[in-house]
Design a protein around this ligand. Structure first.
Ligand code: FES
Ligand SMILES: [Fe+2]
Length: 347
């Protein structure tokens, strides 16, 4: 498979016109994209199709024919050419039109091409960037080092904004209430001070210690657990559980692909530190924990994350989420956030 190929095509502007279009988002598990197959996905208010060509390239195109706007993926793909189902125009891997059946001898003009966006592989996913200045993938060192010890969870569609989902992932104070018996337990509710640092494009929360009754699938009992969080992408984060007795450490990468500002597909994978750890048990444990989060995250109003502190009440344990909000503003991200007036979608 090929690597990073940035090529801005100006495929429409996001509603907020911010930098979100220059970020990468996962759209498929690499292992599930077979050569010669294609699949639809939606991202940033647009429909796309990811096509895996016989030559090893996986290319993503806006799923709309340049002729009369029919949905391309209603047509056919044979691993070499995409054929629109309406008038049969055919397109190659570069998105160029190579045949218009109504005029077999005519050479299609340059305007007859598909709108192609950038694709790349990383951490076992196909990622797509629809903007013309692609940034970096989120940093996930344990995933990069140990693909052999990584499990991928099924994607989940969540009716909330990307920033609400990431903020929940960074939050400690909800553990005894949403994850009772696993990541927290009353009366162990206190959130101690932790360190918040933002530099070099990365927000880090370190020295996060919380009492947990069952912090992972291999845990035999409760005790204080140490975490670190890293945010180097506005819609992604990495949680790393530091092993206190030399075992049981793992790192979870969450990356959220927005269908629109308040509906997202959540992709997750976990890399474990211990050789020989039970990956199936780790996968089941993380699925269980995330399922507990979904109901409460979908209930939050506004669905978009308020980035102006005056719009909500806060407590000292929220230092990390307040820093995340500032980090989003500093990075120029407004998509999925709200600063003042709420529209119908948020209520
Ligand atoms: S709309 Fe696709 S070929 Fe006419
Ligand atoms: Fe949670």
């Amino acid at each position: 498979m090929t690597g990073d190929r940035g090529r801005g095509d100006g495929a429409g502007e996001s509603p907020s016109g911010d930098r979100i279009r220059d970020e990468w988002f996962p759209v498929a598990r690499a292992a599930e994209v077979a050569s010669g197959s294609w699949r639809r996905f939606e991202l940033l208010d647009e429909r796309y199709v990811l096509a895996a060509f016989d030559d090893g390239r996986a290319e993503a195109f806006v799923d709309t024919c340049p002729h009369r706007g029919a949905r391309l993926s209603l047509g056919t793909f044979d691993g070499e050419l995409i054929q629109c189902g309406y008038h049969g125009w055919q397109f190659d891997a570069d998105g160029g039109c190579v045949r218009q059946p109504a005029h077999p001898d005519r050479r299609p003009g340059a305007r007859a091409c598909l709108r192609r966006v950038s694709t790349r592989l990383g951490y076992g996913f196909w990622w797509v960037c629809v903007g013309d200045r692609p940034r970096e993938l989120p940093r996930a060192p344990m995933h990069a080092a140990h693909p052999d010890r990584t499990v991928w969870l099924d994607p989940v569609t969540v009716r909330s904004s990307g920033p609400r989902i990431i903020e929940n992932f960074l939050d400690l104070a909800h553990f005894p209430f949403v994850h009772a018996g696993y990541l927290g337990q009353v009366p162990h509710t206190e959130v101690g001070r932790y360190r918040v640092k933002a530099d070099d494009g990365e927000l880090r929360l370190t020295d996060c210690v919380f009492w947990q009754p069952r912090p992972g699938p291999a845990a035999s009992g409760g005790g204080p657990v140490r975490y670190e969080y890293s945010v180097s992408h506005p819609y992604a984060a990495v949680l790393t559980k530091i092993p206190d007795d030399g075992a049981g450490g793992f790192s979870i990468l969450i990356a959220v692909s927005p269908i629109d500002e308040t509906t997202c597909v959540v992709w997750r994978s976990t890399a474990v530190a211990d050789d020989g750890a039970d990956l199936d048990a780790q996968q089941a444990f993380n699925d269980l924990i995330f399922a507990q989060d979904i109901e409460v995250v979908e209930s939050q109003r506004p669905r978009r994350l308020p980035t102006a502190p005056a719009l909500e009440s806060h407590q000292p344990a929220d230092a990390g989420s307040l820093a995340y909000r500032k980090w989003l503003r500093d990075r120029g991200i407004e998509y999925g956030t709200v600063t003042a007036d709420l529209d119908e979608e948020d209520r």
